[in-house]
Design a protein around this ligand. Structure first.
Ligand SMILES: Nc1ncnc2c1ncn2[C@@H]1O[C@H](COP(=O)(O)OP(=O)(O)OP(=O)(O)O)[C@@H](O)[C@H]1O
Length: 288
């Protein structure tokens, strides 16, 4: 059965089955000693201790950790929206200097324009890039089809469910043809059933496009269900404590016993790290 991929230059290429399109595929990412300290008039927050990480083209990597461990900060730095206090980020060996259409950040709340219908939302980036209307419409239709939103082209965001809005946001991101998708708890606000369906869709999109995906979550099973790797962060200050390769066969079920076991193993590492930290903080507070 043939599939197709589309890029921002407006061409649609047929690919067959699981084979990768020559144009498909994400970029590599190298994070070297990236740290972040927020300083304002009231306090200094060390959000991120130096992070070193290499991500291969087309890898699906999940960042997992408790609230406040710097996951979103790192994603924003990779997106070029936040400046690191130290270190550098390289995409395909080229240093990141700011935002770019090669890296698209998706948030928990799908940031659609409420005054534009779904089709126009998906076309937005292409219009900004100066693409003619016919081509824009063709690409938007392709990606609305990819996320199963055909029939909703002329609906407005307020007329859609949370899951549909998030799918529209994914279609809009894909339409720009970024090499790296940065997803910051994209399904955090959705019910478990919708989440499950979207996991399957995101995985299918990843299989088709082989974009590099960085996916932030608090949910251990979600991370194990989706990731080739699960990078575990600990808070105060945020830092990477473990990098778990996940080699379970895909597609993965949240109920699969191997997945549940792996999630339990990761949770145990996270728990013991947090307990260790609490003990250190208690000792620190009695010493002073
Ligand atoms: N703009 C900012 N100014 C000051 N402190 C900030 C700012 N942004 C984040 N922080 C602090 O940096 C730390 C890391 O925040 P960050 O949002 O990256 O964590 P997170 O792991 O993504 O948390 P969550 O899962 O709750 O989104 C937190 O202590 C947070 O309060």
């Amino acid at each position: 059965m043939s599939q197709s991929t589309v890029n921002i230059r407006g061409s649609i290429e047929a690919t067959s089955g699981d084979e990768l399109s020559p144009r498909a595929g994400g970029n590599s990412l190298r994070i070297e000693g990236v740290s972040k300290t927020f300083v304002d008039s009231e306090r200094v927050v060390e959000a991120l201790r130096p992070v070193d990480l290499v991500i291969q083209p087309g890898e699906f990597v999940c960042f997992l950790g408790p609230s406040g461990c710097g996951k979103s900060t790192l994603l924003s730095i990779i997106a070029g929206l936040e400046q690191a206090s130290g270190g550098n980020i390289f995409v395909n060996d080229k240093e990141v200097q700011g935002p770019g259409t090669d890296r698209i950040l998706l948030f928990q709340e799908a940031a659609l324009f409420p005054w534009l219908d779904v089709q126009k939302n998906v076309e937005f980036g292409l219009r900004q890039a100066g693409m003619p209307g016919k081509q824009r419409a063709e690409i938007a239709r392709h990606y609305l089809n990819t996320v199963n939103l055909n029939g909703f082209e002329h609906s407005y965001p307020h007329q859609l469910s949370g899951g549909m809005r998030q799918r529209a946001a994914i279609a809009r991101a894909l339409a720009i043809d970024p090499e790296i998708l940065l997803m910051d708890e994209p399904f955090g606000a959705l019910d478990a059933f919708t989440r499950d369906k979207l996991h399957a869709q995101v995985e299918a999109i990843w299989r088709e496009t082989r974009k590099t995906i960085l996916f932030v979550t608090h949910n251990v099973r979600e991370a194990v269900a989706l990731g080739d790797r699960v990078i575990v962060f600990a808070p105060r200050p945020g830092r990477i404590i473990r990098d778990f390769p996940i080699d379970l066969p895909r597609p993965r079920s949240l109920e699969d016993y191997q997945l549940v076991d792996k999630a339990a193993e990761i949770l145990q590492v996270l728990r013991s790290e947090m307990e260790k930290q609490e003990q250190e903080e208690e000792v620190g507070s009695t010493v002073h």
